[in-house]
Design a protein around this ligand. Structure first.
Ligand code: ADP
Length: 442
């Protein structure tokens, strides 16, 4: 018999249908029961489909259901190659898996190819009679294909493969119900294959990202090491020469060399610091100290910066010593980063305020300025690495965009918080809090 589309179900008329006899009722019940079982099985597969991403396992479950529900001997899934010329086995029942996986079925002049191209379910009651039957497969695995039901595998409505059920086990021919079941299973297989493809692509992208991240980390580690050595020599000799040539013109020129080298050293330190925080390599050296001393030390260190801009710097610290257990150098670095930013992003003759207070067992430090402020939409990003509000090409202020990321990392290592309140055009207030008793290890 030639290939055919599936026969439609016998049509019934609502007006003339006779009352069912007991025997009919029993048959209807059996049919309903069978349909319910099928639906139940398909539902089970849907649930498995969402619980595992192991493609082989999923396809095997789908094929097992296909042979069980269509009462057939074997089932296979074939997928189209990239060129669209061949189909290869993606999954199959039985023990000839390895042999089948190596086989290719041409799209041209094969039954699978015909189903794929038609985009419709097709029944072949005896494939041996069909000239398009590709018997290469049967020969390879010593299997005799007799009857076949095949449905296309559609991905976004495009046929990408075929699901076949072979050799009906009972005497009845393939019917519409078999076609529907196989279509549903084919849709599930398509979802599983698409998911697996997406996951593989995602994994690849993730691995690539990891590789790039490793390259970046290695680059920072190598470049900072290589830069530090010559920089150390420049700083060493420049300071020696400056001592020798005190109070001469050359000494002033050496000051420029020294300051530039120190600036370079700070940039390298920033890159190393951010890297260490990111890799979890940064460690806290906890000591007990008085916060006011640290703040005063940093204010002193930035004096030249704000006096050059004729800015006013107000320091408001409690008279009572705020003693805390923390990493002194890291807290100093955070205060330094916030203060240098406040100075940098505030116009000449603007005002900067530093304050500290004790609140609920925490020390809070605030650095406020009357500077350019931060647009509301940018606030959530400014603690990200390398993030700068100003566009790179038209930037007026220097910096790598790492100061706040480092500050955030260091404060969080202490179990503290850092935040900002800002109004564009009016100014900003950066604050951080750290527990007085040191980070608690939960
Ligand atoms: P950098 O200062 O090197 O650019 P930061 O990480 O310290 O890097 O700051 C990130 C960005 O946050 C800055 O480029 C700036 O756009 C914004 N910013 C930080 N502090 C202030 C401030 N006090 N006022 C206005 N903008 C600020």
């Amino acid at each position: 018999m030639p290939d055919s589309q599936l026969p439609p179900s016998p049509s019934t008329s609502n007006h003339t249908r006779p009352l069912p006899q007991t025997g009919d009722l029993r048959r209807s019940f059996t049919v309903l029961r069978r349909q319910a079982d099928r639906l139940q099985r398909i539902l089970e597969i849907s649930q498995i489909l969402t619980s595992t991403y192991d493609l082989d396992e999923l396809l095997q479950i789908i094929l097992a259901a296909a042979i069980e529900l269509t009462k057939t001997e074997a089932a296979s899934i074939l997928l189209l190659n990239e060129g669209g010329t061949e189909l290869r086995f993606a999954a199959t029942t039985g023990s000839n898996r390895d042999k089948l996986m190596a086989l290719r079925v041409p799209v041209e002049n094969s039954l699978a190819g015909t189903i794929l191209r038609s985009g419709e379910p097709m029944v072949f009651d005896d494939v041996r009679q069909d000239p398009r039957h590709f018997d290469g497969v049967d020969k390879q695995i010593a299997f005799e294909s007799r009857s076949m039901l095949g449905v296309p595998l559609l991905m976004r409505e495009r046929p990408v493969g075929v699901l076949e059920a072979l050799n009906k086990l009972d005497t009845s021919p393939f019917g519409e119900e078999d076609g529907q079941v196989l279509m549903t299973l084919a849709a599930q297989a398509a979802v599983a294959i698409e998911n697996a493809r997406l996951i593989t692509a995602l994994q690849k992208a993730y691995e690539q990202l990891n590789r790039i991240d490793r390259i970046k980390s290695d680059f920072i580690a190598i470049a900072s090491h290589e830069l530090r050595t010559p920089l150390g020599l420049i700083l060493g000799y420049a300071s020696m020469l400056r001592e020798d040539l005190k109070n001469t013109d050359t000494s002033q020129q050496l000051d420029v060399v020294m300051n530039s080298a120190l600036r370079l050293r700070d940039l390298i330190d920033d890159m190393v610091n951010v890297q260490h925080i990111e890799e979890g390599k940064a460690k806290l050296v906890l000591t007990e100290f008085v916060l006011q001393e640290v703040v005063q030390r940093v204010v002193e260190a930035v004096r030249e910066l704000y006096t050059t801009k004729e800015q006013e710097l107000l320091v408001s610290l409690p008279a009572q010593p705020l003693s805390l257990k923390a990493d002194r150098e890291k807290i100093a670095l955070v205060v330094n980063n916030l203060l240098t930013n406040a100075i940098k992003f505030t116009d000449p003759r603007g005002r900067i305020m530093v304050a500290a207070e004790l609140k609920n067992g925490e020390v809070q430090v605030h650095v406020a300025d009357t500077g350019i402020g931060i647009p509301a939409r940018e606030v959530e990003h400014i603690f990200d690495r390398f993030y700068q509000v100003e566009p790179h090409l038209t930037r007026q202020h220097g910096g790598l965009g790492l100061g706040l990321a480092i500050a955030k990392g260091m404060i969080e290592m202490h179990g503290g918080k850092i935040w900002v309140e800002s109004v564009e055009g009016l100014g900003s207030r950066f604050s951080f809090s750290v527990p007085v008793a040191g980070p608690s290890h939960k």
